[in-house]
Design a protein around this ligand. Structure first.
Ligand code: CP
Length: 335
């Protein structure tokens, strides 16, 4: 495992750490969106939209995942991702076990792999894992022959279910059409697994991505991912079809990368005037948690362009679809 990656390059040193062709094509696992085909992404989005229709219609809980034990191992903090995986799994009839790192034997020096092997030995079949180290999910998937591993965010690498829920939200607002659309991603691109998954998905589906932020928080090689880099946020937003503001991930930053917060907010905050630079009706997104007054002013976070809570609701539907696919694939191999 890498301890960090300062680059968003599609071919980071030790790319096999993040996945391998065998792991990427194994439908039991979801480790990232990079390298997925358009057909695969659209099939996942269709399945998620179907789940959302069921949820919106107030459909009954189901038993599709009866007999499935889902281990929710969040070794890094989470609110949205952990709870929505939990809700999704229970609605589909799975048992969920929330593993809390702070009350575990990880604190006594037990390794992540030895811990995960315990889950496998206890008969859990699906492992949803979040970890601060890039490559952690792939590392486990390679070493746990009887578990399906779903990446719930690994360091600065990827957050594939967040990427899928962002794509689902944009597909709704873009009337099913990704080609010819342009999303602006603003903020701390360098440390963002959310940005990396969104860029991977959007570029495969034919949309353009413009990134903008402090120079110290944009990877030098970001254009290699198929993005365009804007100098100012006003320039980026002019005529855009949507914007995604990101949180400043101070927990992953080295000292000195961040300008003063006031300066950051004035140069890169998505203000009401900046929202008006985009096409009418263009959505304002944020993966959360929002730092109000820095990434988004309150009037935008709570305003009519904001789709932040739509993103959250779509997260449950996406996680239903991802869990179903993982469980079907797991059963096909192990039963
Ligand atoms: N978007 C996201 O991953 O939020 P959480 O950290 O609350 O899960």
């Amino acid at each position: 495992m890498m301890t960090s990656t300062a680059s968003l390059s599609p071919s980071p040193a030790g790319a096999g750490i993040f996945s391998t062709p065998t792991l990427a094509s194994d439908p039991r696992h979801l480790l990232g969106l990079e390298g997925r085909t358009r057909e695969d992404l659209l099939a996942l989005l269709d399945a998620a939209a179907h789940e959302r229709d069921h949820l919106r219609a107030g459909g009954p809980d189901r038993s599709d995942l009866a007999g499935c034990v889902v281990m929710l191992a969040f070794i890094e903090d989470s609110t949205r991702t952990r709870t929505s995986f939990d809700i999704a799994a229970r609605r589909l009839g799975a048992q969920t076990i929330a593993f809390s790192a702070s009350a575990s034997s990880l604190n006594k020096g037990e390794s992540l792999l030895d811990t995960a092997r315990l889950f496998e030995a206890m008969g859990a079949q699906l492992l949803v894992v979040r970890h601060s180290v890039s490559g952690a999910a792939a590392y486990l998937a390679q070493r746990l022959p009887r578990m399906a591993v779903i990446n719930a965010g690994d360091g600065m690498h990827e957050h594939p279910t967040q990427g899928l829920l962002d794509l689902l939200t944009l597909r709704d607002h873009w009337k099913g059409q990704f080609e010819g659309r342009r999303l602006v991603i603003v903020g701390d691109i360098a440390h963002s697994r959310v940005a990396r998954s969104a860029i991977a998905g959007l570029t495969v589906l034919g949309a353009q991505v413009t990134v903008c932020g402090p120079e110290t928080l944009i990877p030098a090689d970001v254009e290699a991912l198929g993005c365009w880099r804007a100098t100012t946020l006003d320039e980026a937003l002019e005529g855009a079809d949507g914007v995604m503001a990101l949180r400043l991930q101070r927990e992953r930053m080295e000292k000195g990368l961040l300008p003063a917060l006031g300066e950051y907010a004035s140069r890169f905050g998505v203000t009401p005037a900046r929202v008006r630079l985009m096409k009418p009706g263009a959505p304002v997104m944020h993966p959360g948690p929002v730092t109000r007054g820095v990434d988004l002013p309150c009037e935008v976070a709570d305003g009519e362009s904001s789709v932040v809570l739509e993103q959250v609701a779509n997260g449950v539907a996406v996680r239903c679809a991802v869990l179903q696919r993982a469980w079907s694939a797991w059963k096909a191999v192990h039963r």
